[in-house]
Ligand binder design. Structure first.
Ligand code: 5AD
Ligand code: SF4
Length: 452
């Protein structure tokens, strides 16, 4: 990148990010590129010189929110035509979205996809020089591009991509079509990145991939996912390692053993189950049964009794009967998840489940969803209550978002803890005694007198 010739002093950018951690990580790369070009961040997207919306297409709701946000930018473009409006991310990998943008959103200047983010500075410079519109979408990812800049959102914790794409084709899911086939980064590139992060003060890394358990399956190197964890745990300064997301069908005994043996690997796993009905799991193409999943949980808890387990569950998948749903209710009683992300099934164009005829009526989907969420929340609260009176180690992240007089951080098991203490201890791992529990967080008191 030609840094100096293209500097844009006093110009600003804003990035709106929808969706998952992958997208957040991509937005960090876009921000890093813009800052190299001389742009500064602007919290107001309507006033920015370059406004980017990084989109998600996992559910219909995300599509709607994107078009709503894009609608708001029409006025900004009319008032300041030199503003560059750019859209990118998963939605752009779908032809019907591109058609809609062309037909109804003429104020968009730049459209790019998930496979050519590294081209963004070139595309932007082109637009600024020529003042034309560009739509540049690649169908598949080429080689993984290393060494792109990034403006990290958090000083002490960082997302680290280890692989891109997904080969699983769960029948409800759009991701294999928007993010392409599985490709793993070379372990040495990952180690290099994590060493740099550690040198800059990062204490906790979260390894990202659609299915991290299959890291290295399609590869030119011998290491698998667990080997990678051990390699990263050797890096000084890194104190906590997490990962997401893992697919139950690829969860190895070797990885379960690592939870026990690798001190830096946090006692916390996100293991999406999606449904408790073996029949529905087969229709979802998940490749495991309810019993397989329960056995995995048993093995994880046998290795690490205090492990916190979180999940994703979809209600109202086509053909889901009351009996199937009750299997899900039964599974949550047996597993007792620390917390869960719950989703109403939403039809995604181009996926196999779109064609399934037995769509569940909206009101049935909602009613099941509410029953599920109520019970999940009760279980979360019960588990959180068991933390009361215990002392836990918290990695302090900074000021609490809900109460500016408190500071906040997470336990190794991923629980959010709010407590009083000086902001200067951000980045440290400190002992906190839990005094009160809620459904989604804990309150506590720092043990060390010096910090009160
Ligand atoms: N409808 C509802 N939920 C979905 N998810 C993925 N696709 C769909 C869909 N079509 C959920 C799954 C996945 C999470 C990221 O989003 O639970 O694990
Ligand atoms: Fe989608 Fe299944 Fe791949 Fe996850 S594993 S991204 S749910 S296809």
């Amino acid at each position: 990148m030609k840094k100096d010739n293209n500097r844009n002093y006093n110009k600003s950018y804003n990035i709106t990010t929808f969706g998952c951690q992958m997208n957040e990580r991509d937005s960090e790369t876009l921000a890093g590129m813009l800052e190299e070009l001389g742009y500064v961040e602007n919290a107001n997207r309507k006033e920015a010189d370059v406004a980017i919306i990084n989109t998600c297409s996992v559910r219909e709701n995300a599509d709607k929110r994107f078009f709503g946000t894009l609608g708001q930018l029409k006025r900004a473009k009319e008032e300041r035509p030199e503003t560059v409006i750019a859209v990118c991310g998963c939605m752009m990998q779908q032809q019907h979205i591109i058609d809609t943008l062309k037909a109804k959103y003429p104020w968009v200047d730049l459209v790019f996809g998930t496979h050519n983010i590294h081209k963004f500075p070139e595309l932007l410079t082109n637009i600024l020089n020529e003042r034309n519109k560009i739509i540049d979408i690649w169908d598949e990812g080429g080689d993984i591009i290393e060494g792109l800049p990034a403006k990290r959102m958090h000083p002490f914790k960082a997302y680290v991509n280890i692989m891109y794409g997904c080969n699983n084709f769960c029948t409800y899911c759009i991701v294999p079509y928007t993010r392409g086939r599985e490709r793993s980064r070379h372990p040495e590139d990952i180690v290099r990145e994590v060493k740099t992060l550690a040198e800059s003060g990062v204490k906790e890394i979260t390894l990202l991939g659609q299915n991290v358990n299959s890291y290295g399956n399609i590869r030119e190197f011998p290491q698998d996912f667990t080997d990678l964890i051990y390699m990263l745990s050797d890096i000084d300064g890194i104190q906590r390692i997490r990962f997401m997301t893992s697919h139950p069908k690829d969860m190895s005994d070797k990885l379960i053993q690592a939870f026990k043996e690798c001190d830096k690997l946090c006692n916390n796993i996100h293991l999406p189950v999606q449904s408790g009905s073996t029949r529905i799991l087969a229709r979802m193409n998940r490749k495991y049964t309810k019993e397989d999943y329960l056995l995995l949980i048993k093995k994880l808890r046998a290795a690490v009794p205090e492990i916190a387990i979180t999940t994703d569950i979809i209600t109202g998948f086509p053909g889901e009967t009351e009996e199937d749903f009750n299997e899900t209710m039964d599974l949550i009683e047996k597993v007792r998840f620390d917390s869960a992300f719950t989703f109403l099934y939403s039809i995604r164009k181009g996926t196999p489940a779109e064609k399934y005829t037995e769509q569940v009526p909206e009101e049935v989907k909602h009613e099941r969803f509410n029953r599920l969420v109520n019970r999940l929340n009760d279980i979360s609260q019960e588990i959180n209550k068991s933390y009361e009176g215990r002392t836990v180690m918290v990695l302090v992240e900074g000021k609490s978002k809900t109460n500016p007089r408190m500071i906040t951080g997470r336990t190794e098991t991923g629980k959010l803890v709010n407590f009083k203490g000086p902001l200067e201890i951000a980045g440290q791992i400190v002992p906190v005694k839990i005094t009160e529990s809620k459904t989604f967080s804990l309150n506590g008191e720092i043990i060390d007198e010096n910090y009160r």
